[in-house]
Design a protein around this ligand. Structure first.
Ligand code: NAD
Length: 452
């Protein structure tokens, strides 16, 4: 890691521009990750431009509006006053010094990585690439994506024949590449974004240094790793750790229910251990863009190495079954009241994938609603964050949020997402039967409650 691969002038030029907050930063993909990142750069007085193919987002930002619940419009307006603007015009990439890519990385219908957003973005950047630019991928993905997938597209597609700077290469005409995973925890108010350490792995020493400088301007701590693949794997380890541990408590919850034990009480007691235990909580199934999706990026890649990631598969099996457990619990609870699910009126409380967020992606509530409907239940939902639930990638529910007024009309109120705004005491009081998948009714004594 010694030979500088790009003329020192381009490298030092970009480094000084970053230090002086004059580096023009592009953020591609203005969603849950990209928009807050854009605002952080703007707050730190960097000239920042957002890129998105979604015209509605570009138009909303142009009007100073926000489309993410927890980002107030005033923050967009402040950024605009600082010079922030959004565009779909990729030719403007040429004006930028650093380009950060935050586009989606979903799974396809066969549960395999869908890298099309990354490859499309790289293909759109390539014609406008300039020597000395820094390109950073933030989208969660399997180890090797940056180097094996993104870099070849950038190298092939740029008209100047530019190459990514690698140790040992020389001669100029190069651009820098790094990977830096996003670690956002939507809804978490306890850690400020800038206090979350940022892991960065560059393709060579200079790319790492530039990446560290770029992120060091807005994050309090940067953690350098030896390569983009190490940074990619770091993110997957973090999410697989969560996925496997959630599966573990989900399985232990099922056993505890059979044994007549309260898993929540047990977790609370175990959490008092001052070392070696970190609490995870059971629930109705995994949700969100990350935990149900990311582990499968690694299990897919592992096959190339004749390797089976058994923990990931087992965790997936347990977690994917949780909505079916919820269905069985509703059937059982109604049965004890001599009622059938077929024809029963069920109100699902909370459809977001976790509490206090306006994010429906991969939400177990959607699977549960579909399962209940298939069994003939008349399902309604309430969620303060979603006046409507329309068509998603997998579901086409076309439902509107029901009022929380006449709860007694429902045969069952099913708590799927434990939003903080709900008054659970009052909900239990006004309902005939409450099935609680989140322990939201903890501390409330009532024979109407079934915890599952
Ligand atoms: N949401 C989270 O909490 C979170 C946390 C950590 C990591 N991540 C990862 O970050 C990445 C982005 O996630 P997100 O939640 O922000 O997704 P998102 O769907 O909210 O936003 C992605 C944005 O990219 C835009 N886009 C898609 N293709 C594009 C293209 N070719 N050019 C320009 N824009 C394009 C979309 O229109 C959308 O606005 C994913 O890889 C995800 O796994 C997300």
């Amino acid at each position: 890691m010694t030979t500088p691969s790009v003329p020192a002038t381009l490298f030092s030029e970009l480094k000084s521009k970053i230090a002086a907050r004059q580096a023009r930063v592009a953020v591609i993909g203005l969603g849950y990750v990209g928009l807050p990142l854009t605002l952080l750069y703007s707050e730190q007085k960097f000239p920042v431009t957002g890129f998105d193919i979604d015209q509605r987002k570009v138009a909303a930002l142009a009007k100073g509006e926000s489309y993410i619940y927890r980002i107030p419009a005033t923050e967009i307006q402040q950024a605009r006053a600082q010079g922030f603007s959004a565009t779909s015009d990729y030719s403007r990439i040429r004006e930028m010094d650093a380009v950060i890519i935050c586009v989606p990385t979903p799974l396809n219908e066969y549960h395999e990585p869908d890298l099309s957003f990354i490859t499309n973005t790289a293909a759109a950047i390539a014609p406008h690439l300039r020597a000395g630019q820094l390109i950073v991928l933030e989208s969660t993905t399997y180890p090797g994506t940056t180097e094996e997938v993104m870099v070849p597209i950038l190298e092939k597609g740029n008209p100047g024949g530019l190459k990514a700077a690698r140790n040992g290469a020389s001669g100029g005409g190069e651009f820098y590449v790094a990977f830096s995973p996003e670690r956002e925890d939507p809804g978490n108010q306890t850690v400020a974004r800038r206090d979350i350490p940022k892991v960065v792995g560059g393709l060579d020493r200079q790319a790492s240094e530039l990446g560290a400088a770029l992120y060091g301007s807005i994050f309090n701590r940067v953690v350098p790793v030896s390569s983009p693949a190490a940074a990619e794997m770091t993110k997957l380890l973090e999410n697989i750790y969560r996925c496997v541990n959630i599966a573990l408590v989900n399985e232990l919850k099922l056993l505890s229910l059979r044994m007549g034990l309260d898993i929540w009480e047990v977790i609370e007691a175990a959490s008092t251990k001052p070392f070696g235990f970190h609490p995870f909580y059971p629930g109705p199934g995994l949700g969100g863009h990350c935990i149900p999706v990311d582990p499968f990026y690694l299990s897919w890649k592992a096959k190339e190495w004749d390797f089976r990631t058994r923990f990931i598969e087992l965790a997936g099996e347990i977690n994917i079954n949780m909505p079916y457990h919820v269905l069985a619990s509703v059937v059982g609870a109604l049965n004890r009241q001599k009622k059938a699910l077929n024809g029963a009126k069920v109100l699902v409380l909370g459809v977001a994938y976790k509490k206090d967020v306006d994010d429906l992606r991969e939400s177990p509530a959607l699977t549960i609603i579909e399962l209940l409907q298939k069994e003939g239940a008349q399902v309604s939902y309430h969620d303060p964050y979603f006046p409507k639930v329309g068509k998603g990638r997998k579901y086409d529910l076309e439902m509107t949020c029901a009022p929380l007024t006449d709860l007694a009309q429902y045969d069952c109120v099913l708590i799927v997402t434990d939003h903080s705004d709900y008054d659970y005491q009052d909900i239990v009081k006004r309902s005939q039967l409450v099935v609680d998948t989140r322990n939201a009714t903890r501390g409330i004594q009532s024979s109407k409650i079934v915890r599952c």
